[in-house]
Ligand binder design. Sequence first.
Ligand code: SIN
Ligand code: FE2
Length: 208
Amino acid sequence: MFERPAREPIAPGAVWLHGFALADAGALLADVQLALQQAPLRHLVTPGGYRMSVAMSNCGPLGWCSDERGYRYAAQDPQSGRPWPSMPHSFMSLASRAAAAAGYADFTPDACLINRYEPGARLTLHQDRDERDHRQPIVSVSLGLPAVFLFGGPRRSDRAHRLPLQHGDVVVWGGPSRLAYHGIQALAHGTHTLTGPCRYNLTFRCAG
Ligand code: SIN
Ligand code: FE2
């Protein structure tokens, strides 16, 4: 039978870690719900005035925000004026182990974006470039329903790989791939035992 390799290179500096977060998924999802009690999911508006189909929140010292004025990282949730929930130990531990497995030692993120996709939600091709230090990689954890991850190159027009991400998969990109365009195709309908009809994604970054 065909078996997926545990550690699949995608591009220079970018690695797909199949099932890396499987053993931690239950604990991660429990901590997601605790964080969301303090900082509820919301649909942000882009600088162009569009309401994003993905619902977002954050935990950790810095949180990614978008509104009519632009994209930025902020230490407070603009909705409540309070600091974002602290980064759970389960998140920090998983993120630094995944980065190490992908070849990036000593990864200590200060920002975790929590994304929730319901069927139909998508994220158009974009670069993660609002962080101060691009020497640090990005660690992205998939939980719940599967989704097709598009992973291209440094130009929007570069041909994109289509990676069918499953529950528990982790993608790490940095170095020559740090500014690669990426996105998520519209989520298909489905139900997952642990998350119901949705997919969660945790994106860990060194933002400040
Ligand atoms: C992102 O690019 O912020 C999220 C990617 C994902 O949901 O897998
Ligand atoms: Fe992104």
